[in-house]
Design a protein around this ligand. Sequence first.
Ligand code: GLP
Length: 265
Amino acid sequence: MEIVVVPDAEAVAEYAAERIARAIRSRSADPYRSGAVIGVATGSSPLGAYAALAARVREGELDTSGVTAFALDEYVGLDPSHPESYHSVIRRTVTEPLGLDPARVHVPDGTADDLDAACAEYERRIREAGGIDLQLLGIGANGHIGFNEPTSSFASRTRIKTLAPQTRADNARFFDSPEQVPVHCVTQGLGTILEARQLLLVAQGEAKAAAVARMVEGPLASVCPASALQLHRDATVVIDRAAASELRLSDYYEYVQERLPGGAA
Ligand code: GLP
């Protein structure tokens, strides 16, 4: 795992945007493959990265026309037109500002009559697109990624999950009242996420420091789903100083970043 500690949230956004832009450009430059396939996350953590990417698109530095995107998760039972459905959130924060083709942006279906079949179909679409090149992730205070709550299997695939009370409370700020937060969700599994070619997790602020420390330096354990990143051969964690404040080996991560083989990342 590569640990990159930067001074503040703005630097997290810039670093992540540059990594995503690089993944998009390297795929478009490959004549034997179609455009890049990017995994996108909801939550507040990646918003800065999306804004920094949108600026590159506006300034003509980045062409996103061939990009396909897959979201991690969706609430069960919220109509896609609901402003807090992840269909709406992804449209507002990713599809529109980055100028993506809406037909190439996929979000799990949380309103299907047969949710199991819809989840299997989502997995099929990811495979058909050639797999995800880079998956952007945030982390929940309880260590979840996507909506893979504690004790999610490392082998799990896209499926229905019950949201942890803490996650519902954390997300209540987006709804008029806490009871309106759906109880169930569909989420890519940890096994699905681990198949992406690159993982890029962003976290900012002290509220994430304990979860970040468990993910990076804790044991590999499904009780901290984000510890699954330890199994991936190309996972990068980009955090600000506040989110890094509970890491024990910060000096070592800094030492490594100053001596990257072949120059800076
Ligand atoms: C949400 C999302 C996750 C996100 C996490 C943290 O519920 N399903 O994908 O990473 O919780 O959210 P935030 O970035 O707002 O702290």
